[in-house]
Each structure stands twice: as structure tokens, then as C-alpha cells.
Design a protein. Structure first.
Length: 118
């Protein structure tokens, strides 16, 4: 069974940067894609970014384009989210997730908190 563990969250001032990591463990880890999602208090969880595991194709929600970059290290079974020019509205609990081909994201980490102060 695959487990995902996020790290790298914290408190940062507006305009600052953070890099989130998500390490996968398990006997067999070969997802079709990995993604980052976030949930702010009182709001629904929303998609942030995703990357295909083999080809490295990426997509982003509009609000983070040009500021966030998703990447992966297949050898380390790790996906990253580099966040720059952070805004207070980026404050949320950030989750990573994985999915197989033709499936929804169905394996989730526990989340890491990102707080951006103004």
C-alpha cells in the first residue's frame, strides 16, 4: 500500500517562497500522475497542480500559474511544489495525491500547513 507524506510547510511573509515535498513509500509506486491540492478554512479542497509521472506533463490552476512549479524525482519517489510570490490567499492545508491511469486521485497524504502573512 502506498503512503504519501508531505513536508515543507510553514509560515512565510507575502512575497516569499516555500518548497513542499511529498515522498511516497510502498512496495510498488508507479502512479499515472501526482497532484497537489489545498484546502483553506471554510472552503472546499481545490486542485493546485499535477504532473504525469513518466512524461512530466504539468498543469496548474490559473491562480498559481507563473508562481508555482510542480516537479518530480522518480528515483526518490518524490514530488515537489515550489511556491514563489506567495500571497495571503495561498494560505491553506496542502495535500499531495496520486492516481492511476483512468482513475481519480485516490491516495492522499496527511497535509502540510502553509500560512502566508500579509
Amino acid at each position: 500500500q502506498v503512503q504519501l507524506v508531505e513536508s515543507g510547510g510553514g509560515l512565510v511573509q507575502a512575497g516569499g517562497s516555500l518548497r513542499l515535498s511529498c515522498a511516497a513509500s510502498g512496495r510498488t509506486f508507479s502512479p499515472y500522475a501526482m497532484g497537489w491540492f489545498r484546502q483553506a478554512p471554510g472552503r472546499e479542497r481545490e486542485f493546485v497542480a499535477a504532473i504525469t509521472w513518466r512524461g512530466g506533463m504539468t498543469n496548474y490552476t490559473d491562480s498559481v500559474k507563473g508562481r508555482f512549479t510542480i516537479s518530480r524525482d522518480n528515483a526518490k519517489n518524490t514530488v515537489y511544489l515550489q511556491m514563489s510570490s506567495l500571497k495571503p490567499e495561498d494560505t491553506a492545508l496542502y495535500y499531495c495525491a496520486s492516481r492511476g491511469f483512468g482513475r481519480n486521485f485516490d491516495t492522499w497524504g496527511q497535509g502540510t500547513q502553509v500560512t502566508v502573512s500579509s
